[in-house]
Design a binder for this molecule. Structure first.
Ligand SMILES: Nc1ncnc2c1ncn2[C@@H]1O[C@H](COP(=O)(O)OP(=O)(O)O)[C@@H](O)[C@H]1O
Ligand SMILES: [Mg+2]
Length: 364
């Protein structure tokens, strides 16, 4: 019988794998584990089982159960802490090894992009309840604000020029607050908007033309559209807000000279997310908006879709929160990828139900 080079097999495993001794110290780590934890074998071997767990009890409990029965156990959605301190959500399998005298094999299955997206959808649900509260508050502030602004207007009539400057300031600032409140209120509007089959290019076109005539006059636009894309279930008004917000952010990030925005559409199957009616839904229709601007500031990168997160002096931080809400209402998802010098926003939409079978036929 040929001898098997277990070392080579171990390192050829596509799954990150760690082997723990009886005392729970790492005694081996394969090449995939090195890559997964961005850490050398030597470094990993200085760690113990408990160092990897954010919820120490769950992993330890699994380990104890695997050892006591000398069986293999699996668990999903466990958070592992890498040596760099970053948590990663994974599925794990633990197997007790007879031969190693209490040794324990940990196989790691990194979570797919789609599952990570589901997680971001959960965050979004939490954000939405907060914004519901904010929307209520906004509504309550609007009435007294109208009173303040009305009173300033009355005062204005009986005042001289120098004082009038102040009342004008009151009115202008009230107007600004009112506008902000209106944007906050837009979140509280949870009425489902009717969706009809929509060619996404029509909305993109309209948003692009409006941008070119207004805030994006300094920017050169390039487009690469796939004209064969099927329709999506869409509400043109809210989607218009999505593209206006994304184009505005892109235009604001690009330099005054040499600013470029590239809009692409493509059919890109393979990504599924938790759908509106439960179950998984495929979101194959991809729209990406790329700019050559400064890039998202790293310190706010994880939070840009949360409301009130902004790096701009006069920013509201509501643009991307609205984008993310409207995308969720459409059964879609938005992600951001950015480095200094470029930013891409990717929108993924489902296909209009009646058009689905057709897509499959043509894709064959
Ligand atoms: N295309 C982009 N390039 C660089 N940074 C961006 C881009 N889009 C969004 N951002 C960052 O995300 C933040 C939040 O955006 P947004 O929610 O639209 O709020 P606001 O535009 O009012 O700041 C921005 O302040 C900016 O820092
Ligand atoms: Mg914005």
């Amino acid at each position: 019988m040929n001898s098997v080079d277990f070392e080579a097999v171990w390192n050829a495993l596509p799954q990150p794998a760690l082997l723990f001794g009886l005392d729970d110290a790492v005694i081996a780590a394969n090449a995939a584990a090195e890559a997964f934890f961005s850490s050398s074998v030597a470094h990993l071997m200085r760690r113990r089982l408990g160092d990897f767990a954010s919820e120490a009890s769950r992993l330890a409990d699994l380990a104890a159960r695997a050892r006591s029965g000398a069986v293999s156990l699996a668990d999903r959605g466990i958070e592992l802490i890498a040596p760099d301190g970053k948590p990663r959500t994974v599925d794990v399998q633990l197997a007790a090894l007879d031969s190693e005298g209490g040794g324990l094999l940990l196989l790691i299955q990194p979570r797919s992009i789609a599952e990570q997206m589901d997680r971001s959808l959960t965050h979004r649900a939490a954000a939405r309840s907060v914004t519901g509260m904010a929307a209520m508050l906004a509504h309550e502030i609007k009435n007294p604000l109208a009173g303040i602004s009305g009173a300033a207007q009355l005062l204005e009539m009986s005042l001289g020029d120098p004082e009038r400057e102040l009342t004008t300031l009151i009115r202008e600032e009230s107007k600004r607050v009112e506008k902000l409140l209106e944007r906050v209120e837009a979140f509280g509007d949870t009425r489902p908007r009717p969706k009809a089959p929509l060619n996404i290019h029509d909305v993109i076109d309209r948003a692009q033309r409006a941008a070119e005539a207004g805030f994006a006059r300094h920017v050169r636009f390039f487009t690469e559209f796939d004209p064969s894309l099927p329709p999506i279930p869409g509400d043109p008004d809210t989607l218009m807000q999505v593209f206006q917000n994304l184009l505005k952010n892109a235009a604001e990030a690009t330099p005054q000279v040499g600013g470029v925005i590239m809009i692409r559409t493509a059919y890109s199957p393979g990504v599924a997310i938790a759908g509106l009616g439960g179950g998984r839904e495929s979101v194959p229709l991809l729209v990406s908006i790329q700019d050559n601007g400064s890039g998202v500031p790293p310190e706010i990168k994880p939070d840009i879709f949360e409301p009130f997160v902004t790096s701009k002096a006069a920013g509201s931080g509501l643009g991307l929160a609205l984008v993310s809400k409207v995308m969720a209402d459409h059964g879609g998802v938005v992600e951001c990828d950015s480095e200094p010098g470029w930013t891409v926003m990717r929108l993924r939409f489902p296909v209009w139900r009646e058009a689905r079978s057709k897509v499959k036929e043509t894709a064959r």
